[in-house]
Write a protein that binds this ligand. Structure first.
Ligand code: 5GP
Length: 207
């Protein structure tokens, strides 16, 4: 029987493995900007859409950036084992629905999760073959500047995100690779190159 994580590349006639990559790093480092650029320019990459209990920011669309859910809906999904990982971040819950990830990996699509460090650690445990990529800021001062420039967040939320960012920066050594976010275009092409060079993720471990 053929390996379900491998699909044939009709052009080259060679198998192309499905890949699971995790993009993580401190809040404010620019993960979502990188993800937006991938959404626009790299249709070959499938981006997982998380559920969250936080409120939508202006311009965010339900089902695109996130599925916005209530705490009750979140805990029902978590309790039913429907999340591949989940974490509480700056007062809200975030989680990755498992079924779409397993489905896309089975279909052979390079799959990207943009999640926090706590979530990345859970993926490391449950799917050891996943590639963990850490996005680092050019400097701590630059990260503070980016976080405090976010006028959509109240001061208390920014303070909590800065606290979390300090701890998250220290976690960089746990990752397979670090990319420094000096240019969004560069990070995107490095990330896509990594995703297409990575060995297959066994679907059986992606619940
Ligand atoms: P934001 O509220 O700025 O969109 O996201 C806050 C943090 O939650 C970011 O670090 C983001 O990567 C992380 N995050 C988003 N979705 C998920 C998820 O499904 N699981 C986990 N663990 N973290 C997530």
């Amino acid at each position: 029987m053929t390996d379900p994580t491998v699909r044939a590349d009709p052009a080259a006639g060679i198998p192309v493995p499905a890949r699971l990559t995790v993009l993580s790093g401190p809040s404010g480092v620019g993960k979502s900007t990188v993800v937006q650029a991938i959404r626009r320019h790299c249709p070959e990459v499938w981006l997982s859409v998380s559920i969250t209990t936080r409120r939508p920011r202006p311009g965010e669309v339900h089902g695109r950036e996130y599925f916005f859910v209530t705490e009750r809906q979140f805990s029902e999904m978590a309790g039913a084992g429907q999340l591949l990982e989940w974490a509480r971040f700056a007062g809200n819950y975030y989680g990755t629905p498992s079924a779409p990830v397993a489905e896309k990996l089975r279909a052979g699509l390079p799959t990207l999760l943009e999640i926090d460090v706590a979530g990345a650690r859970q993926i490391r445990q449950s799917i050891p073959g996943a590639l963990l990529v850490f996005l680092a800021p050019p400097s701590w001062d630059e990260l503070v500047r980016r976080l405090t420039a976010r006028e959509t967040e109240p001061a208390e939320v920014i303070r909590r995100r800065l606290e979390a960012a300090e701890a998250e920066l220290r976690a960089g050594t746990e990752f397979d690779i670090t990319l420094v976010n000096t240019s969004v275009d560069e990070v995107c092409s490095q990330l896509v190159a990594l995703m297409t060079a990575q060995p297959a993720t066994p679907v059986s471990s992606a619940k």
